[in-house]
Design a binder for this molecule. Structure first.
Ligand SMILES: *Cc1c(COP(=O)(O)O)cnc(C)c1O
Length: 437
């Protein structure tokens, strides 16, 4: 007799007796003890059974199904993946016959990779909320890209309201438009303070009895499993394609901040995808490269850089990475990391344009620079640079460097043409309470 496969449970990184199914982990975001949910078991994929690498919804369904085993959303996964993976993730070769390619993750509504995770989370949460009496309010503190992707993904979702908090005057002009062009169920608040103030206000709101009385509160930040798991899918697709076309493993260089994107790649490797090295490209925020070098975990305040979506001094997903590789030697064998400063970012954007006719956003340029540092032996393998955002999101940086205008893709152009509106508030809980009725 064969036992039926057990339900998939996720467990807190801090307490192995705190478990949750997929839907519970999604609704909670953080585990109740402040830890992050990780799978208790790793499914093994069979490469030959996976569908065509260009069919992202089918691949997503095949790869994510074991993670939803026994969950109340399991039967709806097909519909969720069709809704979330509605735009491509093309793999573009760089140069003739080269073993180098760029994985473009910026073809979604807000032109950054966060659209994949945000849309999957929105499609899942909407289904979970069906028939609930109380509205769900999603609070997002953003320093730029996250808020736009979350707002776009949840716009016009019935029964869900979104409040986006961003630091007034501290996000780029394109980012500000993406945060404030929605209306209806999405409201934007320019906080007279910093990103840290926004984050603090969201945390306080979750503990506030008055706000909790008014609606159910949830967050959509990047530590949510509902954003992390779907990010595995484009690594599955890209590595499968390389494997089927060339019989080689794909090695990835990933622009990294909070490590959510890179962790998804490592999880894809863990379940059996033919992925070789995973290289983390950080900006001047060097917490992770320093840790791998010295073995000392020293989080620090973030510094502002051109690759602003990676300005993270205390990357939260490190906790998940260390859960997978508890010993430093294991971690060093699993990933390597480089830090790239703003001058190097600028130089790499220029070089990408001159050598390949490619226009890279500042984040993507960190990956291109890290690749240059690998040396000939490692470069002889097949490498994929992960392009996390479209350069048209950062025209003030990119255009002077290449001496050309960057044309926004149609979806981004459409957003940029919409009217915007936001409410300015003070950086305290009372002000937030007053506007969230
Ligand atoms: C969020 C973001 C990153 C960093 O991703 P993490 O998952 O936080 O490591 C890199 N590039 C862009 C464009 C982003 O928006």
């Amino acid at each position: 007799m064969i036992d039926a496969p057990a339900d998939m449970l996720f467990v807190s990184t801090r307490n192995s007796s705190l478990t949750a199914r997929f839907s519970e982990a999604l609704a909670q975001g953080l585990a109740p003890d402040g830890g992050l949910y990780v799978p208790t078991a790793w499914p093994e994929v069979r490469l030959e059974e996976l569908p065509d690498a260009s069919d992202l919804p089918a691949l997503a369904h095949a790869v994510l199904r074991p993670f939803l085993r026994g969950d109340r959303l399991a039967d709806e996964l097909g519909a969720i993946t069709r809704e979330a993976f509605s735009f491509p993730a093309p793999l573009v070769p760089l140069g003739e016959g080269a073993k180098l390619a760029v994985l473009e993750l910026f073809h979604g509504p807000t032109a950054a990779f966060k659209d994949f995770g945000a849309r999957f989370l929105a499609a899942s949460l909407t289904r979970l909320r069906k028939g609930s009496a109380r509205p769900l309010r999603i609070l997002v503190a953003t320093s730029g890209d996250t808020g736009g992707a979350v707002a776009a993904a949840f716009h016009r979702r019935p029964g869900i309201e979104v409040a986006v908090l961003f630091p007034k005057g501290l996000v780029s002009p394109v980012q500000e438009r993406q945060l404030t062009c929605w209306g209806e169920n999405v409201r934007s608040f320019a906080v007279r303070g910093t990103f840290d103030d926004c984050q603090r206000m969201v945390k306080e709101a979750f503990l506030d009895p008055v706000l909790r009385e008014r609606s159910e509160l949830s967050s959509a930040n990047s530590i949510n499993l509902g954003r992390l798991l779907p990010q595995m899918v484009y690594y599955v697709a890209a590595s499968l394609r390389v494997w089927r076309e060339h019989g080689e493993r794909a090695n990835f260089v990933i622009p990294s901040g909070n490590l959510g994107n890179a962790l998804a790649c490592i999880w894809a490797r863990r379940i059996g995808l033919p992925i070789g090295e995973v290289v983390l490209a950080h900006n001047a925020n060097r917490t992770v490269p320093d840790f791998l070098e010295t073995g000392e975990w020293r989080p620090r305040p973030s510094v502002a850089t051109l690759a602003c979506a990676m300005d993270v001094g205390n990357p939260s997903n490190m906790e998940r990475l260390r859960a997978l590789y508890p010993r430093l030697e294991e971690l060093r064998a699993a990933v390597s990391a480089y830090s790239v400063d703003d001058d190097q970012i600028r130089a790499r954007i220029r070089a990408g344009w001159q050598r390949f006719g490619q226009v890279w956003c500042p984040h993507t340029a960190t990956a291109a620079e890290a690749y240059e540092r690998l040396g000939p032996e490692r470069q002889a393998r097949r490498w994929i640079l992960v392009a996390t955002a479209h350069p048209a999101k950062f025209p003030e940086t990119v255009e002077p460097l290449i001496g050309e205008k960057v044309t926004p893709p149609p979806a981004l152009a459409e957003l940029l043409s919409r009217p915007t509106s936001f409410t300015e508030i003070d950086a305290d809980l009372g002000a937030l309470r007053a506007v969230l009725t």
